[in-house]
Design a protein around this ligand. Sequence first.
Ligand code: GLA
Length: 346
Amino acid sequence: MRARAVAFAPGRVNLIGEHTDYNDGLALPFAVTLGVRVSGTAVGEPRIEAHALDLGEVDAFELAAEPGGADGWRAFVRGAVAELLAAGVPVGGARLEITGDVPQGSGLSSSAALEVALCLVLIALSGADPLEPLELARIGQRIEHRWVGTRSGLLDQLASLFGRADHAVLIDFRSLGVEPLPLVLGEHRLVTLDSGERHANAASGYNRRRQECAQACAALGIASLRDARLEDLAGLPDPLRRRVRHVVAENARVLATVAALRAGDLAAVGALLDASHTSLRDDYEVSTEAVERAVARLRGAGAIGARVVGGGFGGHVLGLLAPGASPPAGAIPVAPGPGAQLLDRD
Ligand code: GLA
């Protein structure tokens, strides 16, 4: 058992490949420099005391009993402890201090950042061997499924864990292969802009979209939408046809974006971001009026591509600004930073 451990885990921006992860598809996210930092100290009693410093809130519970559910950030702490114990990590009593600068409800994965940072600290304090990143990502996903209520895929956790400065990561959710790709933007800049509408996957249509994809697979007789082909869609009822069309086309756009980045063709990247947005708005229907207004503001300010990011239904939108364009008021510059890591322990 260690006396103290500190971890940082970043949020992420998904450059492209939205709502593909739970369909065995492709995505191209990058970890951002914003994230969550958890500092943990072992305590003598079998008790967790967690302090959300930015909110001035506390959660405390005994380790002996299965912790009950809770709302907001507390669900992540209770979920992390319970899922690590279930995975065989001998979590001991600890005092945890949590701070972060990923705006919550932004679609920039403050959730995954919190899950990953909590798990890294609790594992380090327990003295257990570090978990493989994929296993850690799956624990984060179980926290989402069982404690938060979002049937999310592995995009956010893998992006947070495999982030690398100056790189995006190409993730194939079928093979779970992760390949770093230099994100060379020249004079172009990526920014996010708050739509002003808080996004919360558990309460949004996110889980319904997942169900629709499962229904489409059953109707098409395939195991996952990675196997769907556009020519098979004619017989599917609406909206399933449009949902599948989005997923199939979005996977193709991820590969096209990789090719455009390798060729340094940022105009093509911008056009692909725009096409992704149109598809997410019209076929996948995860945009909102507030999101549309934010996308329009980015385009008005000189974005050559702009789109809804993450689960959608509010949150921030992403824009690729042309050289020299001034971002609209309130826009946040986003750049690829390193992945989750233990910062210090003794
Ligand atoms: C949320 C989920 C991810 C992914 C995206 C949409 O961020 O947590 O697993 O499905 O939405 O691409």
